[in-house]
Design a protein around this ligand. Structure first.
Ligand code: AMP
Length: 281
């Protein structure tokens, strides 16, 4: 497996491989890899001839007071995990390589980014859209893989790729979970044992909402109340948002009469976790 620290190196590598007719798959990550990330890589390995991943904790998508400095990092561990799924190359740039002095351009969407995580984390999706655009331009993948765990991010990336005619197919991979249902996340390591136990309520509340809809409940307010009550009942959980939104434009919904995104963000101490499900009728 090759490790490329420079943009020029990864460009050259992909250019050579593409020249031999290979289909290039790409998995952007912030590292501290877990089975969720590895699942994206496995999917990419299935579909593509060469898989490149990136490991880059992107400062531009963190707001003031967020966890940029303490975000977990362990390149040796990531390297070993990526080797397990036979990734071909890791692009592991420095911040200076990605944002040299004079950097002055951003990618911003007109909608989709003002609600849910975009509301709680102003500027977050500008940072995401900008870095993903840069990574796409550097790697020039045929396919790029994103997790449904970050449902709003996938919508933003799909919209951006379509609007800007990026020649890349966006593939969404279902959320990978721990045994008790907690969505895998690099941030789960921040949780104390008690917070970790409490955090299982997120998945339980999504399941309860699915069940209520299955049993005929269609009122958004009732579903939201059910989820909020469940989450509020466990120690240390502080709701950031619990919302029901149209699956394509993220507009709020009152009645569940088509597939709807139930998305939530909850704090356990300093740690903010997100999860979601699509409620089908
Ligand atoms: P991150 O390193 O958190 O930026 O995540 C990199 C990619 O992995 C994103 O596309 C995430 O949506 C995806 N991802 C993170 N956690 C999971 C998970 N539990 N299941 C599936 N995909 C995930």
């Amino acid at each position: 497996m090759l490790i490329c620290r420079r943009i020029s190196e990864v460009r050259e590598l992909v250019r050579t491989e593409r020249g031999t007719g290979k289909i290039i798959g790409f998995v952007p990550t912030m590292g501290y890899l877990h089975q969720g990330h590895l699942q994206l890589m496995r999917e990419a390995k299935k579909d593509c001839d060469m898989v490149v991943i990136s490991i880059f904790v992107n400062p531009a998508q963190f707001g003031p007071g967020e966890d940029l400095e303490r975000y977990p990092r362990d390149f040796e561990r990531d390297h070993a995990l990526a080797a397990e799924v036979d990734v071909d190359a890791i692009f592991y740039p420095s911040v200076e390589e990605m944002y040299p002095p004079g950097f002055n351009t951003n990618v911003d969407l007109n909608s989709l980014t003002g609600c849910l995580c975009g509301k709680s984390r102003p500027g977050h999706f500008r940072g995401v859209a900008t870095v993903v655009t840069k990574l796409f331009n550097i790697v020039l993948p045929d396919r790029a893989y994103f997790g449904q765990k970050d449902a709003q991010q996938v919508l933003v990336i799909r919209r951006m790729a379509e609007d800007l005619n990026m020649p890349v197919e966006i593939v969404t991979v279902p959320t990978v979970r721990e045994e008790d249902g907690l969505a895998m996340s690099s941030r789960n390591v921040y949780l104390t044992p008690e917070q970790r136990r409490s955090a299982a309520v997120l998945f339980e509340s999504l399941k309860a909402a699915e069940k209520a809809v299955e049993q005929g409940e269609r009122d958004a307010g009732t579903i939201l109340q059910l989820v909020r009550d469940m989450i509020s009942s466990v120690p240390e959980a502080g709701i950031d948002y619990v919302e029901l939104r149209n699956i394509s434009d993220l507009n709020p919904v009152e009645v569940i009469d088509c597939p709807v995104l139930l998305a939530l963000a909850v704090r356990f101490g300093q740690t903010r976790l997100i999860d979601n499900t699509v409620l089908e009728v």
